[in-house]
Design a protein around this ligand. Structure first.
Ligand SMILES: NC(=O)c1ccc[n+]([C@@H]2O[C@H](COP(=O)([O-])OP(=O)(O)OC[C@H]3O[C@@H](n4cnc5c(N)ncnc54)[C@H](OP(=O)(O)O)[C@@H]3O)[C@@H](O)[C@H]2O)c1
Length: 236
């Protein structure tokens, strides 16, 4: 297995849920981490709990210039970037006829275009380091759920984007892994609103973080292209 010490990770969505759990797990494994999300105070809170092993970079992943600046600052702070986790995202759930076009665009811009911009800007660093990109898709990318057109379309797009990037870079020693989680108990569900799922039966953010760290630690001869991580009971 490849040790995670000395890795320099750029983690979006790091102020909450899966991104925060992954950042913590990476720091505990000895990596340096750049935390990225919009809310600087949320990031600072997470950074404080990581004992100075992480830097914070407030950034809206929908904005090309902000992403470019965050990547530049993070690479400077850490001396490069070899691991990227694109976990910034959101969901809202309504029938197609009840989905305002602005909401559709917000979900596609954040989940899909945000991942595109983050991959596009970090790739020169990751290529240099023969590093590893992680996209966080969703089980909604692989099977249809009513009331989830915008979210499912965005996550199916993330899955396709990551698979294409993998083909573009795998011969240069860069690995790309798509994580496909089922429901995870995070603030995502408070923000999504209107959904009534039993949160006690969901995955925990640490369950997803563990899957990411395991794939990152695989030897250079192995690429784990996709990982489906589901609650033990399956779709809730
Ligand atoms: N929870 C689930 O059941 C589940 C299942 C499958 C996949 N996922 C996916 O996993 C990822 C993480 O979700 P989570 O459950 O951890 O949700 P969460 O707790 O709500 O965290 C979402 C994170 O994304 C950040 N974010 C949102 N919009 C952003 C933007 N425009 N620019 C930069 N950062 C932004 C948020 O911070 P700010 O608001 O401060 O920007 C926050 O740090 C998402 O892509 C989600 O779709 C979640």
């Amino acid at each position: 297995m490849r040790p995670l010490q000395q890795r320099r990770a750029f983690v979006t969505g790091a102020s909450s849920g899966i991104g925060a759990a992954t950042a913590r797990a990476l720091v505990e494994a000895g990596a340096r981490v750049a935390l990225v999300a919009r809310n600087g105070e949320g990031l600072a809170d997470v950074a404080r709990r990581l004992d100075g092993r992480a830097t914070s970079h407030a950034c809206d992943v929908r904005d090309e210039r902000q992403v470019a600046r965050a990547v530049r600052d993070a690479a400077e702070a850490m001396g490069g970037i070899d691991l990227v986790v694109s976990a910034a995202g959101l969901g809202r759930f309504a029938a197609v006829e009840d989905t305002p076009p602005d909401e559709w665009r917000e979900i596609l811009d954040t989940n899909l275009t945000g991942t595109f911009l983050v991959f596009r800007e970090t790739l020169p660093h990751v290529r240099r380091a023969r590093g590893h990109l992680f996209a966080i898709a969703s089980i909604a990318a692989t099977r249809p759920f009513a009331q989830s057109a915008a979210y499912s379309a965005s996550k199916a797009g993330v899955r396709a984007l990551a698979a294409v990037v993998a083909e573009e870079v795998r011969r240069e020693g860069v690995r790309v892994t798509t994580i496909i989680p089922g429901a995870v108990d995070t603030p995502f569900w408070d923000r999504a609103g209107g959904t009534e799922l039993d949160r006690s039966r969901m995955l925990r953010p640490d369950d997803v973080a563990r899957a990411i760290l395991r794939a990152a630690a695989e030897p250079e001869t192995t690429s784990i292209d996709e990982i489906v991580v589901m609650p033990a009971e399956g779709v809730l």
